[in-house]
Ligand binder design. Structure first.
Ligand SMILES: [Zn+2]
Ligand SMILES: [Zn+2]
Length: 125
């Protein structure tokens, strides 16, 4: 998740760069007047505003929501679906991911994950 830019106690909109208003007491987010982006008030945590209440006072529902969004993003990175035979169960499709693990002149390693049984194996180029 892209956080807002912070300069001192100021928070700027991560989308259009507009200076955001301070959240009013009790509000859990701040809406950008320019583009409508909604920034969680927790972005103001650790800033130099001394009049705000303890950051831990924010509703736990907000933190929970942000965690879920991060998880969804990570699960979309399983690789490219290719036609490759699984040595374990014989399925003909697997997710492939190429990784440059060794030095460039030695080529790269492709990791496969079977779509059927989740068996993983690697092939060196
Ligand atoms: Zn904005
Ligand atoms: Zn398999």
């Amino acid at each position: 998740m892209v956080g807002a830019h912070k300069i001192g106690s100021l928070v700027f909109c991560p989308r259009c760069g507009t200076l955001l208003d301070l959240p009013k007491d009790g509000e859990v987010d701040v809406t950008c007047e320019q583009c409508g982006h909604v920034e969680p008030a927790s972005s103001y945590e650790n800033t130099e505003i001394t009049t705000r209440s303890d950051p831990d006072a924010f509703p736990s529902a907000l933190r929970q929501k942000r965690k879920t969004q991060t998880k969804l993003h990570e699960s979309g990175d399983q690789g490219t679906l290719v036609n490759e035979k699984c040595p374990s169960c014989g399925a003909l499709e697997a997710y492939s991911k190429e990784m440059q693990l060794r030095s460039a002149d030695e080529g790269s390693t492709i990791f496969y994950t079977c779509v059927a049984c989740k068996h993983g194996w690697r092939v060196n180029n």
